[in-house]
Design a protein around this ligand. Structure first.
Ligand SMILES: *Cc1c(COP(=O)(O)O)cnc(C)c1O
Length: 375
């Protein structure tokens, strides 16, 4: 089915601009393996995130997550746990298993949709000595307002804090720090569906130069100098053409984020407040889409249908939550994950484009409000 308003409508550089880039790549005869475009792109990411940060690019964020967990925690033997919220994209939990650990699912806070900080001490006392690290997720790319508390807890417990900010390149924390600057490292996805889109791609950002060097070695078969493989690496390298797209996208990122934030504020101003709640963190994020919490599951289900009937593609991320997906049904949980299960029956996400027109915004808003008025 094709929608009048598809869920994602990325803006990519023009074919003309990209054909010039491709010609340069052909002239350089350098298509991948940290060529000139990749080197320029990773330096540009470093400048964007801020002074003192190292960026290592990857073919996608999932490989980057595996790399960060493997390099920072060491290879697991399948017995120890990494804390992760269930209300996120499955890639993080899959990466935990690839790195040789078991996901230990925690709940979220209904107020901000972020991983529950209160679940941390509960996890540590329920699994003494068995927790190897924390994979915090900045839900929908929104900066976690309690990030400083998580960082303090990481320091106190000695546990690595790896932050999955896949959709959050261009977002800010509530103290206006850029997302990308927290924990031991943060991971970004540059997938075509994210606010900063290059096709397939990702990066890990960290202040630790030695960690960055080991991540880069990981993406290149664990090769070091002339010795060949010195560690358990993979091939996770970013191609030149994707780096070239990134170099075209980065200069317009802040402008595109501002446009997307304007759309969310227009949604907020026009939507029935008693029917739909927008999490606060969305307004300072790069806004991959607009997530709404409907007042009731009935309203959510009915409005999904009405949106579809009106040609608007909406989604119910992250439903099912990871702990209910077949690969993870036997995984351990902290508590009952009741907030997660409550949320997934009421959550929906509607499109936000950086070039969204007033008429397009009105279609979404009118459909949402019309259903709220009848339910
Ligand atoms: C998109 C996403 C990923 C996966 O990123 P890829 O680049 O597609 O591998 C991981 N985690 C979260 C939270 C995501 O939203």
């Amino acid at each position: 089915m094709s929608f009048r308003l598809p869920f994602i409508r990325p803006v990519f550089p023009s074919a003309d601009a990209l054909s010039a880039d491709f010609q340069e790549i052909v002239d350089a005869n350098w298509y991948t393996n940290f060529g000139p475009k990749e080197r320029e792109f990773s330096a540009a990411i470093e400048r964007y995130v801020g002074e003192g940060f190292h960026a290592v690019t990857f073919a996608n964020a999932t490989i980057a997550l595996v790399a960060a967990l493997h390099v920072r925690l060491g290879r697991g033997d399948g017995t120890r746990f990494v804390i992760v919220p269930s209300f996120t994209f499955a890639a993080g939990a899959l990466a935990i298993e690839w790195a040789g650990y078991r996901p230990l699912f925690i709940d979220i806070d209904l107020a901000d949709l972020q991983p529950s900080f209160e679940a941390l001490p509960e996890a540590l006392s329920a699994y003494p000595g068995a927790v190897a690290g924390m994979l915090l997720c900045n839900t929908f790319g929104m900066g976690n307002a309690r990030i400083a508390q998580w960082e303090d807890a990481a320091r106190e417990s000695g546990l690595p804090l790896i932050v999955d900010s896949a959709a959050g390149f261009g977002s800010r924390y509530s103290d206006s720090r850029r997302v990308g600057t927290a924990g031991d490292c943060e991971i970004f996805s540059f997938h075509a569906t994210k606010p900063f889109a290059i096709g397939e791609g990702g990066a890990v950002v960290t202040t630790d130069a030695d960690f960055a060097a080991r991540l880069k070695e990981f993406t290149n078969f664990g090769f070091h100098a002339a010795q060949g493989a010195v560690s358990l690496g993979l091939n996770g390298k970013l191609q030149e053409i994707n780096a070239a797209i990134g170099l075209r996208q980065l200069p317009v990122l802040d402008e595109s984020v501002a446009a997307r934030q304007r759309v969310v504020r227009q949604y907020r101003d026009a939507l029935s407040e008693s029917a739909y709640r927008i999490p606060e963190g969305l307004y300072s994020s790069s806004v991959c889409f607009a997530t709404l919490v409907a007042a009731t599951p009935e309203l959510r289900d009915a409005v999904l249908q009405r949106l579809r009937d009106n040609g608007v593609e909406a989604r119910t991320y992250y439903s099912p939550p990871i702990h209910l997906q077949p690969q993870f049904v036997d995984a351990q949980r902290v508590g009952t994950l009741s907030s997660t299960e409550n949320l997934v029956s009421r959550v929906l996400s509607v499109p936000v484009y950086s070039d969204m027109t007033g008429e397009e915004i009105a279609i979404v808003v009118d459909t949402l409000n019309a259903e709220a008025a009848t339910t």
